[in-house]
Design a protein around this ligand. Structure first.
Ligand code: HPA
Length: 244
């Protein structure tokens, strides 16, 4: 039984593991390709959210298929990564943020398994899950302890604002998100975190600040700078998750 999974976001397209094998899982929402291998003695599934070559944009990720596939494998705990822009001057490029809250501004994504009679599986009822605390406190604690032990620059909590993308934000949007209590901004935590909750899986995310958000630094934003910073952080990210 595979009890732990890692979902790699932008810049995290692979995870070091022993005895790796590729697997395709069929779900009611489509097929999902993932790898399974041993990490620190534990069998771990790895899934690249945007595909191996970053071919799927955030609004087109098949979030339901991904989470369903992990559930099908028996996964109970998911650790995800997410590249983010920072709206909080204390959260600098290169810092890790162990997210504790989120605000959902997405507009066009299928966001639930509980679609009533339209559900393509046997869960055809209506359900409203509790989402007061969107992230698992146990996985968060493990990530915080690991970040501390590894002396990484980290913040033990932070509020993630999820935008629809794929464009970056306007300066006014970023000012508004800051007033609303956001610390970092990205495009993929919704509906991923909520779908994990719907299937009663523990889920937590380590966000990696790749840039200051629009209008904060006065510079134009590019996807290239996000990728460049993520490439520099790959080793730290895998060390952090493996230790956690
Ligand atoms: N905005 C949205 N998503 C992001 C950003 C950003 O500034 N940086 C990395 N992902």
């Amino acid at each position: 039984m595979v009890r732990v999974a890692v979902i790699g976001g932008s810049g995290v397209y692979d995870f070091p593991a022993e005895n790796k094998r590729e697997l395709t899982v069929e779900t009611p929402y489509g097929k999902v390709n993932l790898t399974i291998g041993h990490v620190a003695g534990e069998e771990v599934a790895f899934l690249a959210r945007h595909g191996k070559g970053h071919s799927v944009p955030p609004h087109k990720v098949n979030y339901r298929a991904n989470i369903w596939a992990l559930h099908e494998l028996g996964v109970e705990r998911i650790v995800a990564t997410s590249a983010v822009g920072s709206l909080n001057p204390n959260m600098r490029p290169g810092d890790f943020v162990i997210l504790d809250q989120l605000i959902d501004f997405t507009v066009s994504r299928p966001r639930t398994f509980y679609d009533g009679e339209e559900s393509p599986h046997d869960r055809k009822f209506v359900a409203h899950v509790d989402f007061t605390e969107p992230y698992c406190p146990e996985i968060r604690r493990a990530l915080i302890t690991a970040a501390k032990d590894l002396s990484l620059p980290y913040h033990p909590k932070g509020t993630y604002v999820c935008t629809e993308g794929p464009r970056f934000e306007t300066a006014a949007e970023i000012r508004a998100y800051r007033i609303l209590g956001g610390d970092v901004v990205g495009m993929t935590q919704c509906p991923e975190a909520a779908l994990a909750r719907e299937l009663e899986m523990c889920y937590a995310t380590v966000a990696i600040v790749t840039n200051y958000a629009a209008g904060i630094s006065g510079k134009k934003l590019t996807h290239a700078e996000v990728v460049e910073l993520m490439n520099k952080k790959t080793r730290e990210i895998t060390a952090l998750i493996t230790k956690a």
